[in-house]
Structures are given as structure tokens and as C-alpha cells.
Design a binder for this molecule. Sequence first.
Ligand code: PFF
Length: 444
Amino acid sequence: MPKEREQWGSRFGFIMAAAGSAVGLGNIWRFPYITGKFGGAAFVMVYLAVVVVIGISVMLAEFAIGRNAQSDAVGSFRKLGGGLWPLVGWMGFFCGFVILSYYAVIAGWTLAYMFKSFGSLMQSAAAGKAGDVFGAFVSDPVQSIAYHIAVMAIVAGIVYKGISGGIEKCCKVLMPALFVILLVLIVRSVTLPGAGAGLEFYLKPDFSKLTGEAVLAAVGQGFFSLSLGMGCMITYGSYLGKSDYLPTTAATVVFLDTSVAILAGFVIFPAVFAFGIEPGAGPGLTFVTLPAVFAKMPFGMVFSFGFFLLLFIAALTSAISLLEVVVTYAIDQLKWSRTKAAIVMGTAIALLGIPSALSVGGHIPQIAGKDFLDAADFITNNIIMPLGGIFISVFVGWVWADGAKAEVTDNGKMVFPMYTVWLWICRVVAPVCIAIIFITGLKW
Ligand code: PFF
């Protein structure tokens, strides 16, 4: 007799796990920075429109595919679509594998910085040397690889414990903890003298910056942030029972993810501006600018620790979902045990992450002018995920529309008044919008 498929223990647990996947490094450093760059509140409005219209729709599409097929991304497309459709699942498998390899490297930095907060980081940052500390850390192969492997071991250890006993249990604790830490940090940041200038920079609507590029950035950011286009939500959906009403579940996950992204800006900008520091971008902002900010605060080491813990939790729960995409494939298609899948796939991904870890310190040659890490990010983020998003929407909109309707309504037992709107978003709006960002984002 085939073994019964694992299931999430509760609706709350599933929402925390899916939100855990969505809330990641993308929310905490990338979103606030893009918002500041593209016109503050004006950009937030566009972003909201994108995630409400396209984000919820594609997430619902992924949940419906996974729950109906009760299989990994490749198996789901094989079952529901056949023909070449499983290739879309393969693209997801590839993304899970490659994204996790470098994502775990960066998660390793956040783990290291949690400890460094109590070491000499604060003194060095106070002396204007936070950049040197970061440079020395990422170019030390032993440290960066060791933290990367430690993260992969933690991730594989949780995934090995299974859906409800590992992933759900851990996300049910970590996600509420993440919210609490976020709120504490917001209160600290916005009550600093001079915080208002940061709030103004972050939120003052500047419609002149709302260019075409800004709209494209909103779509790209929305996809990565919501973990869409690579079968992650198909995989998580495949462990759902029939009783959940998927549209509200998808909307809740999108709401939580977007809230964390917007709130993260209330931690970063008021603090940065209160101390008269230029907000940098990306890793620089997180690992160089912010330690300098914390160094100037009373009890800075505690807030520094809290901030890197926040980032670590966000990264860990996302990393878990990336590994689960690959592990579910191995369990469903290769018929491996969960233990074997977690160990073998976890090890393989840890090994693939080593060149990424080494590339940041310049220890290995670049690929056509990009670090290995940046190249891996570019290929997955700018090429495969948008393509995946297009194919998933088209599949649900044109190939499996009746099946999707039956799945979402549990064969007509529940009502789904927005079905026609959803259908046309999947058929036309989402594929066209994503195709535009795909083409424009193709600059290497
Ligand atoms: N959503 C995560 C973030 O915002 O950092 C990244 C991510 C996780 C992308 C899982 C894709 C995925 F399947």
C-alpha cells in the first residue's frame, strides 16, 4: 500500500510556513532600498497593486496545482499537463537547488553577524571600519564556508523532520518571533531623535521617480518576495488537505509578506537618517551601514544582534522552503526516504554553494564579468523565475482552467466569486506583465 502523504497540521501552521518562505532576505534589505530609490510611497502603491493583482493570483494558481496533484512540482505538471509541461517543474527544481546554494551563503553571513554583534564589530563600526570587517569576513574562505555549511546543516535538519514535525513546527515559532523582533526594532528606530528625515525619505511620495523601470522592479521584486514562479508554493500546496479555502489563504500570505517588507523600511531608514549616514544599497546597507548605525546607539550590540537574528530567521524559513522543493521531488519521483533526500540534496546544495561563498572574496574567477553568486542569482531570478511564472499562469489560465476551478471550489462546494477575474489575470494580465519584465530584465 502506498504510504499516505504527509500533511500540514493546521491552517495556521501552513500559513506560517508559506509566509516563512515568502518573508526572506528579499523583504528586509531589498524592498526598503528599492522603495527609497523609486519614489517612496508612490512605489509602495504600485507594489501593492502588483502583489494584489498578480501576486495573489499566481500564488492561488500554485496552491491549486499542488493541492490537486498532491505531488512535487515536476510530478504535478506531469499529472495535470503531461507533454512538455513537466519542464516547468524541472525549472523549479533547478531554481530551488541553485537559489538555495547562494541564499545559504548570505544566511551564513547573518548568522555570523549575530555573533559578531557581541564581539568587536561594534567597536570597529564606531571607528568607521565596518566595511573592513565585512570585507575581511567575506574574503576569509574558512569562515564564510563554515557558516554556509552550518546553515545548510540546520536547514537539512529541519526539512528531514518532515512537514508538520519539522517545517511547520519551526515556522509556527519563528514567524511570530520575527514579528515581535521587527516591532521592537521599529519602536527603537522611529523614536530616535532625527528619525523623521528617514521616514520622509522612505515614504514621501515622489511620482517623478515612478518610471517604467520602477514598475518593472515592482513586478520582479513581488515575484521573488512571494516565492513565486518556481514551484515552491506548488510544493507546499501539495501537503494541503481539501478543507482550506485557498483564495483567503493566498491573500493572507501575500498580506503578511507585504507587511513585513513595508515594516522593514521603518527599521532601516529612520535609524540610518537619525545618525546622518547615507543609505547604501543591498549587502552594503545591511552589513556595513547598519552596524555603523547600531554602534552609535545605546545598547547597540543588543539591537545589532536583534536585527541579524531577524534576518537569520527570515532567511532560514525561506531556505527551508527552497530545500523542500528539491526534497519533495526526490521523495515523490525518485522514491527516496525523506532522510536520504534531506541528507543527499542538502549536501549537494552545500557543495554548490562553496563557489558562491568563495566568489564574493574574489577567490575564484568571474563568469563573464559576474561573481559566481551574482551569476547564479541572475540566471534564477531574472530568467527562470519569470519564465516559470509565465508558464504557471498560462497553464492554469488556458490548459487547466476547469480543473483549477473545481480544485479551488472543492468541486463546487465552496463559492469563488472572483473566479472569472482570476482566470483572466492568469490568462492575460500576469503573463503579459511578466513577459515584459522578463525581456527588459535580460541585461546581463
Ligand atoms: N521569498 C524569499 C525572499 O524574499 O527572500 C526568497 C525565495 C524563497 C524565493 C523561496 C523563492 C523561493 F522558492
